[in-house]
Design a binder for this molecule. Structure first.
Ligand code: HEC
Length: 192
């Protein structure tokens, strides 16, 4: 079909779609050029780790025992299960160990994959020493406070959040629930 055979409306429509496409390609190229010239990562990393010897051993076991088939950690693995980067700032070593051994009794809601007959049921049957090393490894995956992977919100008090809580939180919440931000101010803030 020749261009001249198209109706005016079709020409405008294809023209707009074509422009959007060209704009997207140009933006992508410009972004890549910008990124290649940066001397620091474009997004600051909000997770970190510092492994002890046992944690190091756990990281090897984590790979060898197939955890990255479902989990993401240290830029490896898939997103099929939950991402475990920063989990050491959300969960205590004690919790992680309990979860690996008895997932059903430990997890807040019903488990999907760690249940007795599911894909990750084998994890509960790993030898104690392996579970321990893996739990230590996981407990050493930390997240910066206030980032998406962290349990605690940013350390600074936010006037906006205060205002929102005042307006929207039902009164019963204030007596029934703890404000995580108060906990954030205390030095020992791991969950058990
Ligand atoms: C078949 C997929 C699969 C495999 C394999 C798997 N997991 Fe999981 N894991 C999940 C899913 C899904 C969840 C969320 C809980 C659930 O529904 O079971 C989870 C949850 C977890 C949690 C709990 C996180 C929390 O916040 O409480 C930990 C810790 C964990 N997995 C560690 C491991 C380790 C260590 C291995 C390897 C030895 C492993 N998983 C292998 C799918 C998997």
């Amino acid at each position: 079909m020749k261009l001249s055979q198209l109706k005016l409306g079709e020409k405008i429509l294809f023209g707009i779609v074509g422009l959007i496409f060209v704009f997207a390609v140009l933006s992508f190229i410009m972004l890549e050029i910008y990124r290649s010239r940066l001397d620091h990562p474009m997004y600051p990393s909000t997770t970190s780790f510092d492994f002890t010897q046992e944690g190091q051993k756990g990281s090897v076991l984590f790979r060898e025992r197939g955890c990255p088939d479902c989990h993401r950690a240290l830029r490896n693995g898939t997103n099929q299960g939950v991402s475990l980067d920063g989990i050491g700032s959300k969960r205590s070593l004690d919790y992680l160990l309990r979860f690996l051994k008895k997932p059903e009794a430990t997890y807040e809601t019903k488990t999907m994959d760690h249940g007795l007959t599911k894909g990750a049921a084998y994890v509960a049957g790993l030898p104690d020493a392996e579970q321990h090393a893996i739990a230590v490894f996981l407990s050493e995956l930390k997240a910066t406070q206030g980032s998406a992977d962290a349990r605690l919100p940013m350390p600074e008090r936010s006037g906006f959040v205060d205002e929102m809580v005042k307006i929207w939180a039902p009164d019963t919440w204030k007596s029934e629930r703890r404000d995580l931000r108060e906990e954030a101010a205390s030095p020992n803030n791991e969950r058990h």
